[in-house]
Design a protein around this ligand. Structure first.
Ligand code: DAH
Length: 434
């Protein structure tokens, strides 16, 4: 997967996640998409769509209380992921993600157009909601099980909060902000974690201001489309100023199947351009699928961790999940404050090399690392690759960096995790250890 900012140090490296638009780029032009996110899981008898606000919990310890793993052949949810579902970090008062969420909601409240708030929608959604409704075609790489956690063939852990757009619009909501945890199988480093949080914003424009029956081309060439895009840009530039102060910004053309035109907003931060959100004018086909062919509007999606890592100077995405009071107590004021690292414990690294089968998917290895080492896995990176010219076999060597956020690790415990990983990687992923 591509990383936006090259060197990893400090907050910037961490703030980088695969560009949202690259994830959705057409399969021909992307490589990030193929290495990106995915989902799984649902119990028999469980409704596919849970009502709004149903079963929401604000307790940090409530995670893992729900069974998402089943013997459904499509189910690829792991115990590690199951424990994260229900943690709802964005609902815990004075958690940095909660503080950012509130700040953004506050900005929209001050605009004088009321946006409804949804922040307790069920993260288990249908493929229809997550992909079909958004014009993401069958076979699109964003749907791959190597990238997404599936509960069953038709249900998954949402990969983005856009999964709620259509359902909410269908129910008559015209202006809303929708926040939630999203899940993607992904690489392991300071800015990538298999669960993170997004906020979606949607605004349908007033009927009276918009021409009703236009062909798609007429719409794209129309003043109304230009006005919608201009309003979108102005609103989001204002949001970024409200969060970061007046920063240098630029708009970059992007591609999302569910908007047209599509854009990304970048800010200049500590010497680099950093993507902060994806957005666009809602695609006419997305609206038509909601029975809203006569309407127009805009939408955006942003990642809360990325913003919080910058604003609070939080250097590692794993910190958001810690219950260590040395972390949580720092944000008791409910304000944006700079995080004071309480200690940097020593790292320890181990390499593992193996021949891989044709069917190799790197994200499967990342998942196994998380399964064995949990949050002690700080970084997993391929450091060597070669193909044996005689046998044609491909060999990969990965470096695994272990570090706890909260304490010093002993050699024995790291050796034990590495041993388990070596034991499991052959049978689980069909590799041959070297
Ligand atoms: N769903 C996109 C993602 O996860 C972000 C996004 C882009 C949301 C454009 C939107 C949008 O609503 O209009 O990367």
């Amino acid at each position: 997967m591509l990383v936006l900012l090259a060197p990893v140090p400090a907050v910037l490296g961490m703030a980088s996640r695969t560009s949202a638009a690259r994830r959705f780029a057409s399969p021909r032009t992307t490589r990030a998409v193929s290495a990106a996110p995915v989902l799984r899981a649902a119990r028999a008898g469980r409704p596919l769509w849970h009502g709004f606000a149903a079963g929401a919990t604000t307790s940090a310890s409530a995670g893992g209380t729900r069974t998402l793993i089943s013997d459904d052949p499509s189910n690829n949810v792991t115990p590690y992921i199951e424990k994260l579902v229900g943690r709802n970090l964005h609902l815990i008062p004075n958690h940095p993600l909660f503080i950012i969420k509130r700040k953004i909601e506050g900005y929209f409240a001050e605009l004088g157009i009321s946006f409804e708030i949804f922040d307790s929608l069920d993260p288990v959604v249908t493929c229809t909601a997550c992909f079909d409704d958004l014009n993401i075609p069958p076979g699109h790489p964003a749907r791959k099980p190597s990238d997404t956690y599936y509960l069953s063939e038709g249900t998954l852990l949402r990969t983005h909060t856009s999964a709620h757009q259509s359902e909410l619009m269908r129910r008559g909501h015209e202006r809303f902000l929708c926040t939630g945890d999203v899940y993607r199988r992904d690489e392991i480093d300071a800015s990538h974690y298999p669960a993170f949080h997004q906020m979606e914003g949607v605004r349908l424009m007033d009927v009276a201001d918009m021409p009703a029956q236009l062909s798609r081309d007429e719409w794209l060439a129309s003043d109304a489309c230009a006005r919608t895009a201009a309003e979108l840009k102005g609103t989001l530039e204002g949001l970024v100023d409200a969060l970061f102060g007046p920063v240098e910004k630029r708009w970059v053309e992007a591609y999302f199947p569910f908007t047209e035109p599509s854009l990304e907003l970048e800010i200049f931060f500590q010497g680099d351009w950093l993507e902060v959100l994806g957005c666009g004018v809602i695609h006419s086909e997305v609206l038509a699928k909601c029975g809203l062919e006569h309407r127009h509007g805009w939408a955006f999606g942003l990642g809360l961790e990325r913003l919080a890592m910058i604003l609070f100077s939080i250097p590692d995405i794993r910190l958001f999940w810690t219950e260590d009071t040395r972390f949580t107590s720092q944000f008791a004021s409910g304000e944006v404050v700079k995080f004071q690292p309480y200690s940097k414990y020593p790292e320890c690294y181990k390499d593992v090399a193996f021949f891989v089968p044709e069917t190799w998917e790197e994200n499967d290895f990342m998942e196994l690392c998380r399964e064995c080492g949990g949050d002690l896995m700080e970084n997993v990176k391929m450091i060597d690759e070669f193909t044996n010219p005689k046998s044609g076999k491909r060999s990969l060597c990965y470096r695994i960096v272990y570090r706890s956020m909260d304490r010093s690790l002993t050699n024995e415990e790291v050796d034990e995790i590495q041993f388990q990983l070596r034991e499991k990687v052959g049978p689980k992923l069909g590799v041959e250890l070297r």
